[in-house]
Design a protein around this ligand. Structure first.
Ligand code: GH3
Ligand code: MG
Ligand code: MG
Length: 421
């Protein structure tokens, strides 16, 4: 009912000069403030129907029209307005044959001026609102047509990709992608388009790529990790795709950092125990033979007691650096915990690993490395237990236990030794 933007009534004047409503539609009743339902019996006295004050001016206009508008049949208009509504009424005499004097009946038609104004303004207003919103958006917004050419490129997109909108409008969307993604892009769009269900409202907008690792390409060639939400829209009978592109460089960097932190020992910057276990497990699962060792600093408590914990830490860092350099890119040297370190040598048998372990032991003993200690070099020695994986062995714990038993033997045999388990 409220959507109706026009109304009509037939009004007449009775012989006593009172206004009668001969007929009217529901909208007219509603506008005049008639509180009841549909009026079924006409005519009705205007004043009985519509006693409200808002219409008193309108009523005066009606009354004035009767003696005035009679002779020439001219139309007049009057408005009914308050804070929220604005209706314009047209008053038109209904000419009756053989009418002797004056106008007795008039046709009143009203139209909703606010609705009309809205309807007229709508296209430009909506468009300008849309463009303002799009340009103010924090995220890059890019649309492309069915030929995959760019049709809209907002300010955030200009900042993100380094192109001005004039430069890229009409250009293929793949301009914004890293080279190695370009060939596969049309197929991805097709898959997305086929699977897209606009009727389904989802908690999060559909992602273009399920893998979550999507990249854009800046004009200068920089690859930018982004998150993309895409929708398919119909514009003037053409299918368009709108992508909201969010720069997630900060997030990607943070994820990378967290991933690294989760795998790294904070004191020595070596891979940590979990990382080492995963590495060895992957080799065992792939049936790649390998050797491992566990190294434990001899009487390390004494170093702490004598030089203090900070110097103890420094010794561990130096030990880590030297151990790590021994691997020369093959295998892994990691911190097992405390003053214990481990190494994995993929594709290396126990004898070769033993040799490497003993060389390392000697280097520590002879202090054959650059010192970064804040005080004079601290002498220390290490004990090492070496073992190799057996055919078909997949249990990392089992393997490390063997190495640990060999280490125990080295300790029990006087320290500063390497033992094979
Ligand atoms: P051994 O292994 O030869 O039997 O003697 P140890 O003195 O090394 O014996 P143990 O393994 O029981 O002691 C290890 C010491 O290492 C105890 C602990 O305070 C110290 N430690 C463990 N982690 C750290 C660390 O991160 N920094 C420092 N400074 N000390 C550590
Ligand atoms: Mg220990
Ligand atoms: Mg020790």
């Amino acid at each position: 009912m409220d959507d109706i933007t026009a109304c009509a009534a037939v009004i007449e004047l009775d012989e006593y000069g009172d206004i009668l409503v001969s007929a009217c539609d529901d909208k007219f009743c509603q506008l005049m403030g008639w509180p009841g339902g549909r009026i079924s019996v006409f005519p009705v006295a205007f004043d009985d129907l519509f006693p409200g004050s808002i219409i008193s001016e309108f009523r005066d206009n009606l009354l004035a029209f009767f003696p005035a508008g009679n002779s020439n049949g001219s139309r007049q208009t009057c408005d009914l307005r308050d804070g929220t509504l604005w209706w314009r009424f047209s008053l038109q005499p209904i000419t009756e044959r053989n009418a002797s004097s004056g106008t007795r009946r008039i046709l009143v038609t009203g139209s909703d001026m606010l609705a009309t104004a809205k309807a007229k303004e709508a296209p430009e207003t909506t468009a300008s609102r849309y463009h303002t919103l799009v340009d103010l958006a924090y995220d890059a917004i890019v649309t492309m047509d069915s030929r995959h050419n760019i049709t809209l490129f907002n300010r955030a997109a200009e900042n993100l990709f380094g192109y001005s909108s004039q430069e890229v409008l009409g250009q293929p969307i793949v301009t914004l992608l890293p080279e190695n993604y370009r060939a596969g892009h049309p197929r991805k769009v097709q898959q997305f388009s086929d699977a897209y269900q606009p009727g389904l409202r989802q908690a999060t907008p559909p992602k273009m790529d399920g893998s979550n690792s999507v990249f854009g390409r800046h004009r200068d060639g920089t690859i930018i990790p982004v998150e993309i939400a895409v929708s398919k829209i119909k514009m003037n009978d053409e299918i368009e795709f709108m992508a909201i592109v969010r720069d997630i460089r900060d997030r990607a960097q943070l994820m990378e950092l967290l991933k690294k932190q989760a795998a790294t020992d904070a004191l020595t910057d070596l891979p940590n125990r979990r990382e080492f276990m995963d590495f060895v497990k992957s080799k065992l699962d792939a049936s790649e033979g390998l050797s491992v060792f566990i190294l434990d600093v001899d009487l390390f408590k004494n170093i702490n007691d004598r030089y203090g914990h900070d110097i103890g830490d420094e010794v561990l860092r130096v030990l880590a650096r030297v151990g790590s350099s021994m691997m020369e890119g093959n295998g892994l040297f990691a911190r097992w915990g405390g003053e214990e370190f481990v190494a994995a040598f993929p594709g290396v048998d126990a004898q070769v690993a033993y040799k490497a372990a003993d060389q390392l032991r000697q280097r520590y003993e002879r202090q054959e490395f650059e010192h970064t200690l804040r005080v004079k070099p601290i002498p220390f020695t290490v004990s090492i237990g070496v073992t190799a994986s057996e055919a078909g062995e997949t249990d990392v714990d089992q393997l490390m236990k063997r190495a640990d038993r060999a280490l125990y033997v080295a300790k029990a045999s006087g320290r500063n030794r390497v033992e094979l388990g």
